[in-house]
Design a protein around this ligand. Structure first.
Ligand SMILES: [Mg+2]
Ligand SMILES: [Zn+2]
Length: 184
């Protein structure tokens, strides 16, 4: 069976405007060109998989039920723009959380590659042909740890500096610029 290629996307600061511990569907706001970029990737055969750290759950700021509502709204917003994402993985854990159940040193919290590796197994993804796109060093490390190429988004709401400890393959201003590089 031929392996697929995928784009792994961070959520906050990459698809939607970064709101610290975003806890309500009403706070979701798509970033400029995000849906257009995702659509372009899809048209060129990439699976679209969202990979997001949501330690607000471990910290007790919101629960998984609330996060499900947020993600339902997000997928609806993207569908209104003609984009269907293939899957979404989140890590609810944090070692300094206050909710005992989630207070663990897990394998899924970025920069660990757990969520990417899980998705790769489930969807038969060739990681060397795949991309991790995000706005933080954590995203870039997760991508590298999984064996993907890494694309850093630098926009008004990203705090990332480009002088990271790891080599970033590409720096772009939004998802459309990223998509244009890989779909021409
Ligand atoms: Mg982010
Ligand atoms: Zn986790």
């Amino acid at each position: 069976m031929k392996k697929r290629k995928a784009v792994f996307l961070d959520r906050d600061g990459t698809i939607v405007v970064h709101v610290p511990y975003l806890s309500s569907p009403n706070q979701l706001k798509l970033l400029p060109n995000a849906s257009h970029g995702i659509r372009l990737f899809k048209e060129h055969g990439y699976l679209i998989i969202v990979i997001t750290n949501q330690s607000g759950i471990a910290r007790g700021f919101f629960d998984e039920k609330r996060l499900t509502l947020i993600h339902r709204k997000l997928t609806g917003m993207l569908e209104n723009e003609g984009v269907v994402i293939d899957d979404l993985y989140y890590c609810p854990h944090h070692t300094e959380g206050i909710i005992e159940h989630y207070k663990v040193d897990c394998d899924c919290r970025k920069p660990k590659p757990g969520m990417i590796l899980d998705a790769a197994r489930k969807y038969h993804i060739d990681l060397t042909q795949s991309l991790m796109i995000g706005d933080s060093e954590t995203d870039m490390l997760a991508g590298k740890n999984a064996g993907c190429r890494c694309v850093l988004i630098k926009n008004d709401c990203s705090s990332a500096s480009t002088d990271m400890v790891i080599r970033i393959d590409y720096v772009v201003k939004d998802l459309l610029e990223a998509a244009r590089i890989f779909t021409q």
